[in-house]
Design a binder for this molecule. Structure first.
Ligand code: ME8
Length: 508
């Protein structure tokens, strides 16, 4: 049985359409999912939308719609965006689905039964944009410490989750060093625990748009409690059919933006621990995409539409740019110029041209038929480079270092491009006595191309599929053996094809 790999993105609020920041997390998760499938893992990739809460309720009211009618309409914009951006999720969860609601209530009831949920009085502050409760002491100038916007007072009877009881367990979990990356986030969360964890209010009396608490229909379950449960309800943890849960839980990775680390690494593992359910393997909190140093967000009015960029430059170049541009984990500034430059130089000149040059030479000198693999010593340079790159990529992908993984793939591409310049196949071709030498050069180049394309397929799935088609590979091959140098048999017909990434100009 191949190892299972379950990964998730946050489920996004549907108070608006997706922007490039949402696309960033979803694309990163997709790259990881595709890479794991390529390695032969049994992958489950979940994304979805967070539909309840005051924020969504308010926007629906403002539009004169019921929240359900509003979310039913806007959710289509989200699924459409993920189709355009080539997101290969296996499931898409909506928190208004019956399958989710009944299980959230079951989870709430289990916690009530075991005593970790209790009835109490809440008096404090609430930030609607963040859907987050704050204590007076946590506020900054009477504003939300996260988004810096004004907060509202809340005083009502609520159900509470006994988060304070889990300090030791959470300290051990986070202190173990593996659960939360990057390290900066881990240290930050350890400090939060050290400063004292208060019990968490998990219901609202004044919010109608939510799942009813089982004991009291006048209260709805706090949107974050509801939302976190999606990771297990999508697998049917409390449903009749638990087969997906048994097959995929615990999650191997929850990918999240750094501002929601607290919920994923404190509240969520504590809830699971209380339920007696295994805790996810890892949470990775990535940095923000910024515009001139400011976080990209709809409310700041600096959001970029990913669909507009995909329509202008293609989904593949956009995906490639976002994964290549910055260290995953750190904040980074979006640059239109850099997107275009990476598209033209890296995808067009380096990768696209290599493919075109190789297939053109094969066509011209060998009628488009791949020669037999050369003797070991004539391919050692490439075989060794490939082995090293494959190892390096595995390490980098395991550490969510997409940009470094791409650098490793570029090592192979650069090597092959340099080999063409060094060996000058057009000169060798003039001398009939050097036929086997030319065979070796062409095989080495084509095989390196095939491998690089396969490794690039998680990043640029459509272009990779078209390129692999030229090597007679209709689908990205999931078998592990295809990820080894030398797997392509002599005699393979290789098509010349057209340039994959024609040069573009920067557009407004
Ligand atoms: O927080 N840069 O939903 P949300 C990078 N519903 N990533 C960004 C980003 C930016 N500028 N802006 C948004 C919620 N994101 C909850 C989650 S999960 C159980 C519930 C991405 O619509 C990033 O992944 O506010 C961030 O964590 C997420 O969108 C927030 O989406």
């Amino acid at each position: 049985m191949p190892a299972k790999f379950y990964l998730t993105t946050p489920i996004y609020y549907v108070n608006d359409v997706p922007h490039l920041g949402h696309a960033y997390t979803t694309i990163a998760a997709d790259v990881l999912a595709r890479y794991r499938r390529l390695k032969g893992n049994d992958v489950r990739f979940l994304t979805g939308v967070d539909e309840h809460g005051q924020k969504v309720e308010k926007i629906a009211n403002a539009k004169g719609m019921t929240p359900q009618a509003y979310t039913d309409e806007i959710v289509q914009r989200w699924t459409h965006a993920w189709t355009v951006l080539e997101i290969s999720n296996d499931d898409f969860i909506r928190t208004t689905e019956k399958r989710h609601e009944t299980q959230v209530q079951a989870i709430f009831q289990r916690l009530l039964d075991n005593g970790d949920v209790y009835d109490g009085e809440y008096s404090g502050w609430y930030c609607i944009p963040c859907e987050t409760f704050w204590l007076e002491t946590q506020l900054e100038n009477k504003c939300c410490p996260d988004c810096k916007r004004p907060v509202e007072t809340v005083k009502e009877r609520n159900y509470f989750f006994r988060l304070s009881r889990f300090s030791d367990m959470l300290t051990a979990l986070l202190g173990g060093g593996k659960f939360l990356q990057p390290e900066r986030s881990m240290n930050e969360m350890l400090r939060v625990i050290e400063s004292g964890l208060a019990d968490q209010s998990i219901s609202r009396q004044t919010v109608a748009w939510g799942i009813q608490t089982p004991p009291d229909p006048n209260q709805t379950i706090y949107v974050w409690f509801d939302a976190l449960c999606n990771y297990v309800t999508a697998l049917g943890m409390c449903a009749l059919d638990k087969s997906l849960f048994e097959r995929y839980w615990p999650a191997d990775v929850h990918l999240v933006g750094k501002e929601i680390t607290r919920f994923h690494t404190l509240l969520w593992p504590a809830m699971l621990n209380s339920l007696g359910v295994e805790i996810p393997g890892r949470v990775f909190a990535h940095g923000w995409m910024t515009i001139n140093g400011q976080k990209m967000s709809k409310s700041l009015g600096n959001a970029i539409d990913p669909l507009h960029l995909a329509a202008t430059y293609g989904a593949d170049p956009l995906r490639f740019y976002m994964m290549r541009e910055a260290t995953f984990g750190q904040d980074w500034d979006f640059s239109h110029k850099s997107l275009v430059s990476r598209l033209n130089n890296e995808l067009g000149n380096d990768f696209g041209n290599l493919l075109l040059r190789t297939s053109t030479m094969l066509d011209k000198y060998r009628g488009g038929v791949l020669p037999e693999p050369p003797p070991a010593d004539s391919s050692a340079l490439f075989r060794d480079a490939a082995r090293k790159a494959l190892d390096d990529i595995e390490t980098q992908m395991d550490q969510f270092q997409f940009s470094r993984a791409l650098e490793a793939i570029w090592g192979l591409i650069t090597l092959a491009n340099r080999h063409i310049d060094d060996t000058k196949p057009w000169t060798i071709a003039k001398d009939k006595s050097r036929a086997s030498e030319l065979d070796a050069v062409l095989y080495n180049l084509a095989e390196t191309n095939r491998l690089a394309t396969l490794l690039l397929s998680p990043f640029i799935p459509t272009a990779a599929k078209s390129a692999l088609g030229r090597f007679g590979l209709e689908e990205v091959h999931p078998a592990k053996t295809a990820l080894e140098w030398g797997a392509m048999p002599g005699g393979t017909r290789i098509e010349k094809g057209v340039p994959l990434f024609p040069r573009v100009e920067e557009k407004e």
